[in-house]
Write a protein that binds this ligand. Sequence first.
Ligand code: ATP
Ligand code: F6P
Length: 461
Amino acid sequence: MRKVPDGQMMRPNRKTNGSGIQAPETRICVVMVGLPARGKSLIAQKVVRYLRWLSVDAKTFNVGQYRRTTTPNPSAEFFDTSNAEGERMRKAAAEAAVTDMIKWFDNGEGLVAILDATNSTKARRRWIQDRCDAANVQTMFVESKCDDEELVMSNIKEVKTTSPDYLGQDPEVAAQDFRKRIRNYEKVYETLDEDEADLTYCKLIDVGHQVIINKIQDYLQSRVVYYLMNLHIKPRSIWLSRHGESEYNLSGKIGGDANISERGQMYAKKLPEIVKQSAGDLELTVWTSTLKRTIQTSKYLPFEKLSWKALDELDSGVCDSLTYAEIEERYPADFKARDDDKYNYRYLGGESYRDVVIRLEPIIMELERSENILIVTHQAVLRCIYAYFMGVDQAKSPWMEVPLHTLIKLSPRAYGTQEERYSAKIPAVSTWRGKGSKAQHEDPGPGQGTVDIEVNGKPTK
Ligand code: ATP
Ligand code: F6P
């Protein structure tokens, strides 16, 4: 490995468009299209979370929220197009959202905005297109079309009856009113078609069973389309575990390809039981890294296993196999630089957290396509995957505590992810390190390993 003197070792890796490649910055407005209860807000939120995870600044502008400032609890009649006052107020809300969005672009606050509304007529879409053209913002329309009445009704029950629009109302009455609201939209709804062949669009039919794309223009747009094509809404969970405690963990060394310790073995043997407790009889698929410690940890799991190089631990380059104290002694400037900006700091001859996120992107895509997956991986990689699902920001994610011998279950829900943690109650050293510390096994504070099951941070036993 080439040795570079201290001070030349900080290799900033600048913000990119998510590809890891610097590219001219295009600004895109993703315009959602579709009748109510077709998953537009859910799709918008997921796209924003995905882009932010890839370091692309993105934000949703939800027209419903603007409308609620003047009409917080409208009944279905408000959405009848023959209601002139309703029409005027809805147009004003759309106007306010678009104006704020353009300001947001002009202030240089981000590259991708999602305009979340029904945008269900050709006239409304043309108006948005014209506003964006004038502001030099590209538009990309994303329509969710779904005629499955049963699915729509279950969507209404799942998310609409608890909407702030129906605060304090009987859920049955709310569901019926929402159904009427949809009928009003149906009277004027125009799906994207040949008349709009000049527009850039992606039309998702029946939750992506069919996808029609038109005039997709650049890298970022095609990333978004590819992401949308991989989404599904079947109920499922993702289980995450670090490998069992390793020989390197015991000695406080980072990286390497060590075997698991005796206590790590105990965890490997107990893991099938904990998984059964959490997943019942579900058939899971296990993904590991290519390193011995994850393969050894998954040995007793009675499921199909796949090893991914992309799940290998963050490469610590010249610091591989050193303890934090040794790194501080040999590379003091680097040690400090990493603490100053842990997400962006790239080890000499190795990787940064930002690099890990980029190599994990295909894993995230595959996870979105899949159903029940258990991933046995490493501290830094697990932090990055967790950050994607939980929307943890970049400054915080590299400092999160992810204890050994703990199974994490993440279950995506309509507007968020539910988390459960199962402790194996098998002692292990701590590999967590606070800013500035070079302790071999630092105590991360109270809480670790003290509960059997936690749901979203709250003990249940
Ligand atoms: P509104 O116009 O009232 O804001 P919306 O289209 O934004 O409605 P959401 O609030 O996102 O709808 O609805 C979420 C529900 O839609 C969830 O129950 C989710 O499972 C479901 N869903 C997600 N994606 C799709 C899809 N592509 N087609 C139909 N339903 C979907
Ligand atoms: O110590 C265990 C380990 O997985 C190392 O192999 C790796 O370098 C480190 O954790 C990543 O954690 P951090 O980014 O906090 O140093």
